[in-house]
Design a protein around this ligand. Structure first.
Ligand SMILES: Cc1cc2nc3c(=O)[nH]c(=O)nc-3n(C[C@H](O)[C@H](O)[C@H](O)COP(=O)(O)OP(=O)(O)OC[C@H]3O[C@@H](n4cnc5c(N)ncnc54)[C@H](O)[C@@H]3O)c2cc1C
Length: 410
């Protein structure tokens, strides 16, 4: 089939969902993927940059290699708008890109929840560069001497993982005093309450205080003010406010209002337009689904199959999310597996989180096995040195490493 006769699929966003869709679409379709950044970043492990057990290089893959390796075209540019009526995407500094089917995989943006001072004074926690910067800032404080207050805003998955990495690197140096602020009633509210108690026990011997049911009213250069009037000193404030919908979704008519995710049918087809599928964090399914990388990968693959069906006028298939356990690491102190309302806890589970990271990176990296092998070995060697060696060096740490427990259901 000539290039001009091949149907055109445009994918907006080359994160987990967008890349999974691109990898699945056959060369019989003309695929263009648009993303503003050069590298894919493995977000579920970026907390490890705070302690330095991973380097930026280990967490990134060049997006052009993945997309071109799949036989498709990559455009590196900012998406500025989607013209649904004309079936065209507007990108910065280029001619509009026409499509026959569009897959929107733009993820979310950092939520400041309208709190004053977040943009100017808090350290965001949503990219490789941002997490590496947090690590440098905390190390500067540690080297300055004395004991410095650090506030982590958010006690969900990201906040707990950030806390674990701070404790991994600095707890023996007695230089940081950490305060965690969570608006909901406990740490990791999506997990059983026993996990909150377990986390508090792990923090007991360290300089950590936890404030739940506490909302931040303002972030200042040297403190964080809570809505109840308390002021927490902060030499550094780490902001893990979770994702909100990118403005483009509402501006293009795919979401009903600013800040809303894009509603989709069970097939992932947009409820606003019959030529558009929305996947990953950007999509709001009729049955709400956790905003997780592993769901985004499945949705990307499913949307690719449904885009191919759409182009052939075939009925679309329903997306059936598979149950995905949540793996939450807590530095070198523990790791938790949360599934079906129960939680397992213990340092050996960290190996499972590392294995998932290695597997997904190797799957996304589309080079032949022999070419990928050195990168896998480099990552595995680094993981062995940085993650396992401290755990194996003394009998006390062997005992800790071999211990996994099932926490109570409540
Ligand atoms: C710190 C952190 C820890 C996490 N931990 C876990 C975890 O342990 N387990 C888990 O399952 N999930 C985790 N997540 C969630 C997971 O990363 C997301 O669910 C996943 O990244 C969503 O994939 P996506 O493809 O929808 O969006 P993203 O991965 O966010 O990709 C969106 C892409 O769109 C591009 N883009 C956005 N807007 C534009 C634009 N206007 N123009 C051009 N390009 C644009 C971006 O550059 C990006 O590459 C974590 C997230 C964070 C931030």
């Amino acid at each position: 089939m000539s290039a001009a006769a091949r149907p055109r699929v445009v994918i907006l966003g080359g994160g987990f969902a967008g890349l999974a869709a691109a990898a699945r679409l056959p060369a019989s379709v003309r695929v263009t993927l648009v993303d503003r950044t050069r590298h894919f970043e493995f977000l579920p492990n970026i907390h490890e940059l705070v302690s330095g057990v991973k380097t930026p290089r280990l967490l990134r893959l060049p997006r052009d290699r993945i997309v071109r390796g799949a036989g498709h075209r990559l455009v590196r540019a900012d998406v500025e708008g989607i013209d649904l009526a004309a079936r065209r995407v507007h990108v910065e500094g280029r001619r509009p890109i026409p499509y026959d089917a569009l897959i929107v995989a733009l993820g979310g943006v950092n939520a400041s929840h309208g709190v004053p001072g977040v943009e100017s004074h808090a350290l965001p926690f949503k990219s490789v560069d941002e997490c590496a910067r947090i690590g440098r800032r905390l190390e500067d404080l540690a080297r300055a001497g004395g004991r410095h207050p650090v506030v982590i805003v958010g006690g969900g998955l990201e906040g707990v993982e950030a806390l674990g990495e701070v404790l991994r690197r600095w707890r023996r140096r007695d230089c940081l005093r950490v305060q965690v602020v969570e608006a909901r009633e406990r740490l990791l509210p999506e997990a059983p309450a026993s996990l909150d108690r377990h986390l508090r026990r792990l923090c007991r011997d360290h300089d950590v205080s936890i404030h739940v049911d506490a909302r931040v009213a303002e972030v200042r250069a040297d403190s964080v003010r809570l809505e109840d009037g308390r002021v927490l000193e902060a030499a550094a404030t780490i902001w893990t406010g979770g994702p909100v919908a990118p403005p483009l979704l509402a501006a293009s008519g795919l979401a009903p209002a600013p800040g809303a995710w894009a509603p989709v049918e069970p097939s992932l087809l947009s409820t606003a337009d019959d030529d558009v599928l929305v996947v990953g964090d950007a999509a709001a399914l009729p049955e709400p689904l956790g905003k997780q990388a592993y769901h985004a990968l499945d949705m990307g693959r499913h949307a690719a199959d449904n885009a191919a069906r759409l182009l052939r006028d075939r009925p679309l298939r329903r997306f059936r999310p598979s149950g995905k356990p949540m793996l939450v690491s807590f530095g070198d102190l523990s790791c938790f597996l949360v599934a079906g309302g129960r939680a397992l806890a213990g340092p050996p589970l960290g190996a499972a989180k590392e294995a998932v990271f290695e597997l997904v990176m190797a799957q996304l990296d589309r080079r032949p096995l022999l070419d990928v092998a050195p990168a896998v070995l480099r990552r595995a060697q680094r993981a062995g040195l940085e993650l396992l060696w401290p755990a194996l060096r003394s009998p006390a740490s062997w005992a800790r490493m071999s211990h996994v427990s099932l926490l109570p259901a409540h």
